[in-house]
Structures are given as C-alpha cells and as structure tokens.
Ligand binder design. Structure first.
Ligand code: ADP
Length: 488
C-alpha cells in the first residue's frame, strides 16, 4: 500500500463518496452533505445524500439479488467474507485513520476497532457453512419432521456513529452469511468507514445488489420508505432507545423481523474482596474505551464503602493523566466527543449532578474549541435522582457511589430501565455466581472491563434491545425456520 493512502488526504480521496446501489456507485438525489471532523469542527469531505427514492432503488437491487445470493453455496458466501476479513487487515492503517478522522477516537483505539470489525467477517465466514436444521420423527410416529433454516430476505441495517467500522460489519457479516441481501444505512456523522467497508466487500467479490449503501443526512424518510415496502423482511438497528422503539413501531405494521441494540446504563460493581488495582484497570477500560461513547460504557460505579476512597483516588489519578487531543495525534488518549450536541449533553449531566450536591474529585468538563473536547471527570456524592444515573452519559464522566452490602449493590445496579451490560469485580466465586444470576443484563463482565467479542452473543434486555449479534446466535437473527411435515 502506498504511503499516500495512510495520510488524511489519501484516505479521504480514495473513497467513493456516492451511494452503492446494485453494484454501481451513484449520486444521491438529495445532493451531498459534509462529514465533519469532531477534532476541528471542519468538514472532512462530502458524501451523497440519499432520498426515499434512492432508498427504494437500493431495495429494488437488494430484492433482485436475493434469490441468487440465497442460492449461492454457503462456502462461496463464506469465502467472500473471508477475503473481506483479509482485506481489512491489509488496509488496517488506512481504515483506522478514516475511523479516527470522522469519529474522533484515538488511533490506537481505531486500530483495535479494525481488528474487532474484521473479526465479524471471519467469524461469520465460519458460521455460514454451519447453518443446519433437523430431522426427527413425531412422538406419535405418524410422520417425520424436517426443520429447515432459510434466509429471512432483504434486510435493512441501520448503524450508529460510535463504532463506524464494527457496527456495520457486525450486521453485514451475519446477514450475508445467512444468505440475506441488505441495505446499509450508516450514521450521518460517520458514513466514510461504511463506504470503505462496502468498497472492500466489492473487491472481495460480493455480487452486485447483495449489499447496498445509503448515506443520508435525513434518515427518517429513508427508513420510512423501506419499512413500509413489502419486499423488506428484516430491520437490524443499533442506536438510541427512542429511535429503536420508533423503528419497532414502524416495523409492526408489516410484522418485520427486528433486532435492536439500544442504549445501556452499565453498573460497575466493586466488592471489598476485589483486586483493587485490577478493578481500576477494568474501570478505565469500561469507562474510557471510545471516550466513554459506547453503549457498553460503565455509567455508574458502585464501590464497597470500605474501599471507595482508594478506588476513587486511583481512578481519578489515572483519568487525570490521560492526554487529550485529536485522535489522529498518536499521543492522544482522549479524543473529542462526536459533536457539539454530544459535548453539551455530557456537560449538562455533570451540571445537573453538581447542582444536586455532587463533588468533582476530578474536575474536568468541556474544553474550548476548536473541536468538541471534554476533559475526564470523576464525581462523588451524586444524588439518587441525578439524571446521569438514569441516562447514558456517553462521555468521560465517572460517578462513584458506595454500597454497604451485596443486596444493596444488586438492587442499585438493577435500578434502571436498561439492561445491556454489568461489570462485577470480586474474588469470591460463590458471590460472583450469586450476583451475576441476579443482575438484569444481557451481558456481564466478571473481573474484566471489556466484553465485546465476535464469538460472543452481544445484546441486552429491558430497554436495551431485542436479539443478539455475534456468537452462534448472531446468524439466527437473519434466518427463518421452516417445518416440513413428511408423511411416513
Ligand atoms: P445516536 O443518538 O447515537 O446518534 P440515533 O439513534 O439517533 O443514535 O442514530 C442511530 C442511527 O439511526 C443512525 O444511523 C441514524 O441516522 C439512524 N436514525 C435516526 N433516526 C432515524 C429514523 N427516524 N429512521 C431511521 N433511522 C434513523
């Protein structure tokens, strides 16, 4: 790869800024819109702005390609995904830079995201040929039962901005592995990484129309046109809970299959028997990964009273040492937040907590521009009704609360409408299992601060969503079950 492709100008210029429809790169009927660099507030480059009419053209292409793709041998589908995995690694530096430019996270984190994102292509390339069914006699012995699993059909994949590479691959890979065609609508803040992935899949030999990509500054009409079209059979969405429930209502009219990965409000519980230094390491990962802009981010820290003082001090010391700056500067450990609205929302949550009596152990806060930077903040004495204990913070702010006993910790952890992920630090095996069993969450990090893995079923309960991505479960979201009764 030439060095020019790993400079900002190189990666931006080598991208198609158009819509991918039926294997062709096309302009959007809505013109174009700018993608903004959150480190400067300046435009990076323009991409096509799709309208509802473009959306229907993309669905035409996906519907036309559906039969052929479903009939393509699983091994052949798998090999396209496997080539895409290899191409992502070949282009890791360029992809990482692109993700950093449009999303803001430090380059080291974008490199990790490239590897994580590529892993979905590898994992689902391995799952594609393993889709199976069943054959059994009825208990009465009257007939045989054949169970087939078949692709759901054309799927709409809607992704957020916080993991601009991994959120698309986590949906594209299982959809394609299952034999579904798809229309991908990436977030308006970060469409560039998604276009780079589409480019890679095209080079990997994906037939025209199997994956179509719509970039748009106005997602509502695009989503509505697709959800009301009878050819669409599935919607898989990652993003905020209000938009997720809006799409769920829209999907109800046509009884679409739905997978939703929505918001989180993860508790991070540290018991007094935990390895304190490991707990602080885990807390740093769970809080600071992605600048706190992750649905998996630790949102509320609950620490046993007896160790709350050293834990808080160690966490604040570590957070205070982090270098803040543009993600593309290799020294930066904390990049900008996604936009002014994101930064102001975090600042508003901190102001609300402080007005309710919270104390800043580490007094960070919003920084002057350019860019949308926010310095890490640690709060104690947060009142139970503070908004930041109810809402996703999505920024580098850690509220530390204390608990007296296990029951109180579990009750506080579960006191949220969300149920994505919980973190627990304890050295006691029996307590681990007791607590894990009681936590209302789709995932638990037990003595570890990062749980994401392509081989694991990622997903939440309560307001955090429906369905699972990754693991053996992930492909099932894109498969229907057909029962065939066979006369004896
Ligand atoms: P966030 O708060 O993280 O930006 P959103 O839920 O607003 O999350 O956005 C996640 C994704 O959903 C983005 O791709 C966005 O464009 C898309 N989106 C937002 N509103 C709608 C809508 N009404 N219909 C379809 N997609 C939408």
């Amino acid at each position: 790869m030439s060095t020019s492709t790993t400079t900002p100008a190189g990666v931006l210029e080598s991208l198609p800024g158009q819509l991918l429809i039926g294997g062709q790169w096309r302009d959007g009927r809505g013109g174009a819109f700018d993608v903004i660099d959150p480190a400067t507030g300046e435009p990076l480059r323009a991409v096509a702005d799709a309208t509802a009419e473009d959306a229907l053209a993309a669905l035409d292409a996906a519907a036309a390609a559906q039969r052929g793709w479903a009939a393509t041998p699983a091994r052949q589908r798998a090999e396209v995904l496997r080539r895409a995995f290899a191409l992502m690694h070949d282009r890791a530096e360029a992809l990482a830079l692109l993700a950093t430019l449009e999303m803001g996270k430090p380059l080291a984190e974008s490199r990790a995201e490239v590897a994580y994102a590529a892993e979905f292509f590898r994992w689902f390339s391995e799952e594609a040929p393993r889709v199976d069914g069943g054959f059994r006699p009825t208990p009465e012995g009257t007939h045989h039962i054949l169970v087939m699993r078949q692709p759901v059909g054309p799927s709409l994949l809607i992704t957020p901005w916080n993991f601009p590479l991994a959120m698309p691959t986590r949906k594209i890979a299982p959809a394609l592995a299952a034999g579904c065609t798809a229309v991908l609508k990436p977030a308006e803040q970060t469409p560039l990484s998604a276009l780079a992935i589409a480019q890679i899949l095209t080079e990997a030999g994906l037939p025209p129309g199997v994956l179509n990509v719509l970039t748009t500054a106005d997602p509502e009409p695009v989503g509505a046109a697709l959800l009301t079209d009878p050819r669409l059979r599935k919607v898989s969405f990652t993003g905020s809970t209000p938009v997720g429930s809006h799409l769920l209502r829209g999907a109800a009219d046509r009884v679409l299959r739905v997978s939703l990965e929505l918001g989180g409000n993860a508790p991070f519980i540290v018991f007094d028997d935990a390895d304190l230094s490991a707990a602080v390491d885990g807390a740093m990962a769970a809080k600071m990964r992605n600048i706190g802009e992750a649905c998996t981010a630790a949102n509320r820290f609950f620490v046993a009273e007896s160790i709350a003082e050293p834990f808080t001090r160690m966490l604040a010391e570590r957070m205070a040492t982090l270098a803040i700056g543009p993600g593309s500067d290799p020294r930066s450990q904390v990049g900008p937040l996604i936009d002014a609205a994101g930064r102001d929302k975090v600042a508003g949550l901190v102001d609300d907590a402080r007005a309710g009596g919270a104390t800043a152990v580490l007094d960070g806060g919003p920084l002057p521009g350019p860019g949308f930077f926010f310095a890490p903040t640690v709060l104690t004495g947060v009142a139970p009704d503070a908004r930041l204990l109810r809402e996703e913070i999505f920024g580098p702010v850690a509220p530390v609360l204390t608990f007296r006993d296990e029951d109180q910790a579990v009750a506080a952890a579960n006191d949220t409408e969300f149920g994505l992920l919980a973190y627990v630090y304890t050295a006691d095996l029996r307590r681990s299992l007791r607590v894990v069993e009681q936590l209302e969450a789709g995932m638990v990090g037990l003595n570890q601060g990062v749980v994401s893995n392509a081989a694991a079923p990622f997903g939440g309960i309560k307001l955090s969503g429906l369905g699972r991505e990754g693991g053996r479960e992930g492909i099932g979201e894109f498969l229907e079950t057909k029962y065939v009764g066979i006369a004896r």
